[in-house]
Design a protein around this ligand. Structure first.
Ligand code: MHO
Length: 225
């Protein structure tokens, strides 16, 4: 296909990815996959994911908090650009990173796909059935329609990054209110947890204007990760 003039001047997807202004046509997905710290990092490292947030959902009780969850479950909510990553691809990651074969002993950690649209519901149901057929055993993970999502406390957001010495405090201070919704922060959270490739990590660091101490610590982690 020939590149038109407007294609040539439009910012490439790669430039756009790090600029922290998400594409306009995004979609949202919500998953309960056990403790939400890990999935926050796993999805945050993925191309096409523009935002991650952790929270509580899947129950009926009001105003859940970490220490008063009611009947809710820990979930990660992912905003993504469907032209880069599909809902089906996000679902594939779900099956790979949680124990779908055994019922959770606590509702807090149950496996659940909380769908936002009928198309998501159908896709999740289709994959669940296919997985059962392939595995020859039942999938305990539930598929339900999302009702309400409650944002978790700050200290749970981007937990891997926040608990990284030097880096966590410095970036939380630098980004302030925008920390939780930032694409850059989502990527860094995934990268410090060991996700992503050396090339992707290096490419991100190059675009950032970071305090030298923070940069040095991130480089050190990315080398050892
Ligand atoms: N620290 C807990 C999980 C925390 S998660 C936010 C554990 O590893 O058991 O529920």
């Amino acid at each position: 296909m020939d590149r038109t003039e407007s294609d040539a001047t439009a910012p490439s997807r790669r430039d756009r990815e790090w600029d922290d202004s998400p594409p306009t046509d995004t979609a949202t997905a919500t998953f309960g996959l056990g403790c939400f710290w890990g999935p926050d990092a796993r999805f945050g490292a993925m191309d096409g994911v523009v935002r991650t947030r952790v929270g509580y959902a899947g129950g009926m009780t009001s105003a859940p908090t970490y220490h008063s969850l009611g009947d809710h479950t820990e979930v990660v909510q992912v905003v993504y650009d469907p032209t880069v990553v599909s809902y089906d691809e996000l679902l594939e990651v779900c099956w790979a990173i949680h124990d779908w074969g055994s019922p959770a002993h606590k509702r807090q950690y149950r496996g659940v796909v909380l769908t936002h649209t009928e198309r998501q519901h159908e896709a999740a149901t289709r994959q669940r059935t296919a997985l059962e057929e392939r595995a020859g055993r039942s999938v305990e993970t539930m598929i339900e329609r999302l009702d309400q999502f409650f944002l978790a406390e700050d200290y749970h957001q981007k937990y891997e990054l926040r608990s990284t010495p030097v880096v966590g405090d410095e970036l939380a201070a630098q980004y302030g209110e925008t920390f939780v919704d930032s694409t850059v922060i989502a990527r860094l959270n995934g990268f410090v947890a060991g996700h992503g490739t050396p090339e992707r990590r290096a490419a991100l660091l190059e675009t950032l204007d970071l305090d030298p101490q923070v940069l040095a610590e991130l480089r050190r982690r990315f080398r050892s990760g």
